[in-house]
Design a binder for this molecule. Structure first.
Ligand code: TYM
Length: 331
């Protein structure tokens, strides 16, 4: 059976982008594959969270994984820092990751531009740690959103480079995966780029947002003055709203508003009202479970412990072989 690995950084509550880009696939894949889903707390250290924030954020992602329907009996759910073998593999892979290729990564360049005062080595080698996460379990499929495509390409490069260096077909190549064939990019509500935690207040709808908050955020989404000619191309902020409708609403709803747009009869207020209600419906089953799970400390402890044991079983097997291959041998 093919192995699947994916993770989400522990930097706060999860949003619709995380859900449609990643988690929805996790939930489906757990029935068909050998799945490892983790909380990327090592990755979150690049922005220097306080110990209390770090722990709270790890808990939040764990709770939301479970609330979204990842079943710890089917998939292995674990916290990245509970598996020290990942950090060890990261160190080995770093020896064959080159400054030039790391600096060329688009996410690194974005981070440097956005935060020039905190260009640390962890940020530079972020894709190496990601590769270690994936190949430690010899995974071949990685459910992620479109923004991670380049990181997967780098993971393949590092896996292949290790194989070539030691002349051994050891790590398989991992590929980005989405059930719909195409990787997904969910836009934000600010009329610009993707939905994201660091893209400013009101841009992201969180799985934990109350219906009132969802309505407020959607009603404030950026729109334009409306179409002035039939079948006019949609400007980016309007296309973004249609892209969200495509994933949360029925095809009929999409067609209905698309027809109204194309005949210049659209009223954005109506579209937003419908969109807000459809987001509320789509996220209800998750939202309703979040509180109960968050308050069940024994259950969370049990899931995290059980997951750590299973993940370490797989990771330590790989790292033992890696040490052999590299030439660390006992006397
Ligand atoms: P992160 O935490 O930024 O995002 C987690 C997942 O959510 C997806 N995603 C989106 N998908 C569609 N539209 C959006 N607007 C959107 N925003 C986020 C991301 O593509 C991702 O799948 N580096 C990763 C975490 C990670 C990882 C890994 C993933 C660490 N190690 C190993 C896979 C395998 C990250 O920062 O994702």
């Amino acid at each position: 059976m093919e192995t699947v690995v994916s993770g989400i950084r522990s930097t706060g509550n999860l949003h619709l982008g995380n859900y449609y880009g990643a988690i929805q696939n996790f939930v489906k894949m757990q029935h068909e594959y050998n799945c490892y889903f983790f909380i990327a707390d090592l990755h979150s250290l690049t922005t220097h969270p306080t110990p209390a924030d770090l722990h709270g954020n790890v808990k939040q992602v764990l709770v939301e994984y479970l609330a979204a329907g990842i079943d710890p009996e089917r998939a292995t759910i674990y916290v990245q820092s509970d598996v020290p073998e990942i950090a060890e593999l990261y160190l080995y892979l770093n020896m064959n990751a080159y400054l030039g290729e790391l600096e060329r990564s688009t996410s690194f360049k974005d981070k440097v531009r956005g935060n020039p005062d905190n260009v640390n080595a962890g940020l530079l080698t972020y894709p190496v740690l990601m590769a270690a996460d994936i190949i430690i379990h010899k995974a071949t499929k990685v459910p992620v959103g479109k923004d991670q495509e380049q990181h997967l390409e780098m993971a393949r490069t590092f896996a292949n480079r290790f194989n070539r260096l030691y002349n051994k077909e050891f790590f398989p190549e991992p590929f980005a995966f989405n059930f719909s064939d195409n990787l997904v990019k969910i836009p934000g509500l600010d009329g610009k780029g993707k939905m994201g935690k660091s893209e400013g207040e009101g841009n992201a709808v969180y799985l934990s947002d109350s219906p009132e908050v969802i309505r407020k955020k959607v009603m404030r989404a950026v729109t334009d003055a409306g179409p002035t000619a039939d079948n006019q191309e949609k400007p980016v902020e309007i296309q973004n709203l249609f892209d969200i409708i495509k994933v949360v609403s029925t095809p009929d709803t999409y067609t209905h508003f698309d027809d109204l747009y194309n005949t210049c009869q659209i009223r954005y207020g109506d579209l937003k009202k419908q969109l807000a209600e459809d987001i509320i419906i789509a996220t209800a089953p998750i939202r309703e479970r979040i509180n109960d799970i968050a308050n069940d400390a024994p259950y969370l402890r049990q899931v995290a412990r059980h997951g750590a044991i299973k993940a370490r079983e797989s990771a330590s097997k790989t790292i033992k072989e890696v040490r052999e291959i590299i030439g660390f041998r006992s006397f």
